[in-house]
Design a protein around this ligand. Sequence first.
Ligand SMILES: Cc1cc2nc3c(=O)[nH]c(=O)nc-3n(C[C@H](O)[C@H](O)[C@H](O)COP(=O)(O)OP(=O)(O)OC[C@H]3O[C@@H](n4cnc5c(N)ncnc54)[C@H](O)[C@@H]3O)c2cc1C
Length: 388
Amino acid sequence: MKHRNAHEVIVVGGGAAGLMQAGLLSDHGFDVALVAPNDVEVNAQGPWRARTVALTPSSVALLDQLGFDWEHWRHCRYRTVGIEDADAPVRLRFSAAELGHDFLGVLIELQLLNAGLAKCVYARGLPVYRYPAFHLHADRRLELGDGTVLEGQLLIATDGAQSWLRQQTDIHQSILDYGQSALVAVVETNRPHQARAWQKFSDGYPLAFLPLGNAESCAYAVVWSLPTPRAQALLQSSPAAFLLVLQRHMADELGQAVAVYDQELYPLVARHALRYYDGNVVLVGDSAHTIHPLAGQGLNLGLTDIRVLVEELMRARRRGLSLQHSSVLGRYQRRRRGDNALMQGSMTILQRLMAEHQPLWSIVRGQGWAWIERQPWLKGWMAEWAVR
Ligand SMILES: Cc1cc2nc3c(=O)[nH]c(=O)nc-3n(C[C@H](O)[C@H](O)[C@H](O)COP(=O)(O)OP(=O)(O)OC[C@H]3O[C@@H](n4cnc5c(N)ncnc54)[C@H](O)[C@@H]3O)c2cc1C
């Protein structure tokens, strides 16, 4: 055993969720340490990267609270979203102006988000341990890869979808394999994107064009969720063949696709922890839930978990309760698990409805889109729900 250190809260995992959680707790006066074995050095001016996240205005506000330096990290504040269904002659269009917002969301490359968050959080001077969590002792002391032993009143798992920390507890999860993979790629076109995001259900599968950089940029992060064999075949095709297939599914207004790079595949699996805590271990972000990227909500849900957990821990402190008290963590679970289950279920139902190919169903679906387009209140409600 090398060192033995005690902290009030230990956050395990240095992705966006872990960095955010540690930073906010530190700002609220908690003695917090972060276990972050990953290196977040990136070239902020390098080529575009396809792995991006769309953040809602609420998530952006949380990043602002932490002091995220938007000037330094390139991103796109998109103002309109178009949704099309290849099987129905209807197009839904949501715009920030209609809702009275400045923007509908922010699109940022995940590695830049993580690097920017790391810069913010490390500047606070909180202890950061660079070796992975390796062994959870029966008395809940946490041992790291270099032999350091950490003691914490509360251990927060932010170590991702395959959470090592969750696996050390009795928490089980429901798992739904969609049999699909998200093929992500950077695609450049011959027309500036003007900060417009666009999604089309083509053969029932969602193809999203997410604008990268400022309004004059012609680059998009493309996320195409497809049955895994189809996604694999596309991944292995030449850039020219890939662009040819893509062009057939793109809207004319996007212009001509002229280049593609940084293609990667992500198998799509919905997971949900049956409980969010066990003793002094509590789950947030992907360690608790993963969902279909159809509506770009995974990290947004995780950031809401983080905000709510901070509120509950502050409440516990005001009431003189231990941070691991079951009433404290139970309240967090009650406030978050239902919401996350609802979003996860909605995405599963939506992707199944869209992937249904019966001709009669296509007609019903087309009528449904047309009806939604004619109901401004419903469109407004859908948009507010998506950007909250
Ligand atoms: C194709 C695709 C598109 C998506 N688009 C969107 C979107 O538009 N909007 C959105 O909100 N979400 C989106 N998501 C979801 C989003 O990317 C994730 O929810 C988010 O990145 C998860 O962040 P996290 O910090 O919880 O986990 P991770 O990013 O997985 O971070 C986990 C961290 O834990 C560390 N770790 C692992 N094991 C250990 C250990 N033993 N000890 C210590 N540390 C450890 C890892 O090194 C890693 O840094 C998308 C997902 C996919 C697949």
